[in-house]
Write a protein that binds this ligand. Structure first.
Ligand SMILES: NC(=O)c1ccc[n+]([C@@H]2O[C@H](COP(=O)([O-])OP(=O)(O)OC[C@H]3O[C@@H](n4cnc5c(N)ncnc54)[C@H](OP(=O)(O)O)[C@@H]3O)[C@@H](O)[C@H]2O)c1
Length: 234
């Protein structure tokens, strides 16, 4: 399968690329800003599986234009996409009153606008069938426990969740399934920075095991679904 994973330089995205690369049939584009970490990831994948196909693309999802700056790099690797995992994310934790306009823009741009822009830019490349997996958070689901300081992050993830449902409807005639995984706590740098001292029940490798299966198989079972993936928050 031809797979793109954003936010691959660290955390769950990084673990996901390593997990997917165990299968030599997968060609994986690993996208994030940090080129050194992506190169280290590609080397680590080859070390564990000499037939791994991991292609790092250093790209800032806040770049205004994707068509000229990103698409040529992607089509150098493959010209059709089976799976896109919109995993890159940003968490800023602050009291609501302390949030600046710039915080709002950063949270919405990385968590929501990049999902919109990347998906829109890549639309003509999706195979039939194919699968878009958007990554949300338990806080981005209606009726779940909410945490102080995460109001704007949760609102951004809520937008990702609902965008998933709406997009699945619009893309169904192209055989592109769109689903959303709303994670509970996973022990990554993002979580450690937001909740120092807290230990999550899952590590990135364990979560990546599930996500690797879901990204490559879930579209046969689900479409337009926001699925809670959490053993912590209700
Ligand atoms: N960890 C949790 O407990 C948890 C819970 C619920 C949901 N989530 C969600 O799960 C996803 C992965 O989380 P994580 O904990 O693994 O996060 P993380 O460790 O902070 O990793 C975030 C990734 O996003 C990339 N990224 C951020 N801004 C970017 C930009 N402008 N352009 C390109 N890439 C960018 C980062 O790479 P560069 O810095 O190299 O660009 C990094 O690889 C996120 O969407 C997060 O919101 C996580």
């Amino acid at each position: 399968m031809n797979i793109i994973v954003t936010g691959a330089s660290r955390g769950i995205g990084n673990a996901l690329v390593r997990k997917l690369s165990a299968d030599p049939a997968h060609h994986i584009i690993a996208l994030a800003r940090d080129a050194e970490k992506l190169d280290a990831l590609a080397k680590a994948c080859i070390k564990s599986n000499s037939e791994a196909h991991v292609h790092p693309i250093a790209f800032d999802l806040l770049t205004p234009d994707y068509s000229f700056s990103l698409i040529p790099k992607i089509v150098e690797v493959f010209d059709s996409i089976d799976v896109l995992v919109n995993n890159a994310g940003l968490l800023i934790k602050k009291d609501f009153a302390a949030f600046s306009d710039a915080d709002f823009d950063a949270l919405m741009n990385v968590n929501v606008k990049s999902v919109f822009k990347l998906t829109r830019t890549l639309l003509s490349f999706f195979a039939r069938p194919s699968h878009i997996v958007n990554i949300s958070s338990m806080g981005g689901m209606q009726g779940t426990a909410k945490f102080p300081g995460l109001s704007l992050y949760s609102a951004a993830k809520g937008a990702v969740s609902v965008l998933t449902e709406a997009l699945a409807e619009e893309l169904s005639d192209r055989e592109i399934a769109v689903n959303c995984l709303a994670y509970g706590a996973v022990q990554t740098e993002m979580l450690a920075q937001a909740f120092p001292g807290y230990t999550a029940p899952l590590n990135p490798d364990k979560m990546a095991e599930f996500v690797a299966w879901f990204a490559t198989n879930g579209h046969h079972f689900f479409n337009g679904k926001i699925l809670p993936v959490s053993s912590s928050t209700p």
